[in-house]
Design a protein around this ligand. Sequence first.
Ligand code: GUN
Length: 641
Amino acid sequence: MELIHREGLARIAKFETAHGVIETPTILPVINPNLVVVTPNEMRELGSQGVITNSYIIRRNPGLREHAEKYGLHSLLDFDGPIMTDSGTFQSYVYGDMEYENLEIVEFQKKIGSDISTILDIFSRPDDSYEQARQAVLETYRRVGEVTDPGNTIIAGPIQGSVYPDLRRLSAEKMGNSVAGYLPIGGVVPLLESYNYDTLVEIIINAKLNAHFGKPAHLFGGGHPMFMAMAVLLGIDVFDSASYVKYARDNRLLFPDGTRDLKKMSYFPSWSPLYDKYTVKELTDSSPEERTRALSMHNLYTMFMELSEIKERIYEQTLWQYVEAKSRSHPYLFKAFLKILENSDLLVPHEDLYRKSPYYSYDHYSDKSPSIGRIKKFTRDFISGSGKDSVILPRESWKPGRLDRKIIRDVYEKLDVNMLIQWENRLIPVELEETYPVEQILTSSIEEGSVYSDALMEAKLLSGKKGIYAYSPDMKELDSFPVKSRKFDLEKIRTISDFQFGRNSGIQMFPDGVEIIKSRSTERIRNILLDGKILATMRAHDGFFTLTTEGAKRLLSIVEYPKLRVKVTDDSAEYNAKGLNVFFKFITDFDPDIIAMNETLVVNEKDELIAVGRSTVSGKEIGHYRKGVAIKVHHSIEGHV
Ligand code: GUN
């Protein structure tokens, strides 16, 4: 996979097949070779980049088999784009019979020229016993091991394991490290059909986080547009689905947020291909063949429309908001969204340092999103590790972009206390007032303070023997706090450094002698200099630092190996020293805790600084990618070519 854009686990990426590149997220519509309702070329016009068909059905039918063996799969379907084939696992799950062996069916797929060939995995049902599901996982893994030479095809190795989290993890780890270059999540059709999205969410998280970020993740059978955005948010790249035609045969229409029955409808939406052609009555009265085809076209159109929306959302980095809003369209989706929030901590390591777009806060559920997970943890450590009393500022003393300077002058700069602002239902160190997402928030404010007592309770617990006080100008405790003369701006840049580069980095990065330059028009901090050289620039849009080579050198001397670094081959170092980006394939070692979009140091084999840039992915993912840019270099020791 080569990454193009990302938002956490969601990504726009591309991968190559023998018949062309596929850009994800996308859906491969199912073609039944016995009964083609919409041809692959017509599907291409609707937005399809490839299709999926079933090699088992082809092999069992003498006519289809002969054509495929003689002229190839692409001739059989009259399509020159990527074609994935399934193996017959699903048929054996539904009908119970299977006359072919695994290797036999894989060899057949290779022979007819399939671009992505699926092994004969064992379908594990949601109601399987633990032992049955474990056997399915182990046998499926044994079968992928039988494939020694994928040849010109990509092997799809399904992740099974039913509803058991540890079995999904086991299957994901084994498949991720196998010869399979493509990872479908299998055994989920019964869950999709019963709208059991919350169980599905757990399965996707367990599979995705433990498999392999460099390989496409596919959700077998997951083609309903109402669930696609949520699945993509959790890292699904490809869907396949026969639902467009199955629903059409049932006189049902897919919509981005649900399904409608033709019989109960009065109007077609103007975006639908049905709109110009039929009234509801005309379509209802048409022949079953015409109706199935027309409804199939509508259903495919809806799927691709939803996928374009999802892609645009990833590009804008607003997919989370889209899913949060969309989850309110159906109670089962909402339940699944709550399951994502329950697993929020698992998603935090994959969160980017900041987003292009503001953080939307609707209500207290928004407080649980992974994009504020990092700042929550930082605040916990900040309070518990400081050994200081804390003072909470009144709500009116801070709003995005506006901080009551008098309190800063009169209290902060005279006393040695933590100062916290009330941000939604959280408490946040005042020094982080400008960093994403604190300032970059759009909020309904409807629940301001409603569950704030939880945050207060937590702060009290964390502060141990020290106190937590609500500020008022005449509070009697002001006289008992330790006195300290300090500058807010200096403390602020140190705290941001602690957040971005690790605890206690700030005081070393920015010693007492630094010069802080502010913008004349906005009075915001712009540059930090030491001995006349710029170390860092504070970005206006997200409040984080961009380091210069001077700053990067200083950081390198502070943080222990391999923190905040990628190490590259000496060949690569030569180019990176001139300002060229770092490619994944030249990285020989890295910090597994790198935060996506954070400043990252590029060092050579001797751990000497070569360049500094922004990591495109997190340290959890970096080792999996082979193609594309890992670090976008912005400063380097020999300048830019
Ligand atoms: N189609 C739907 N579910 C599955 C599955 O678990 N395995 C395979 N091979 N195909 C499927």
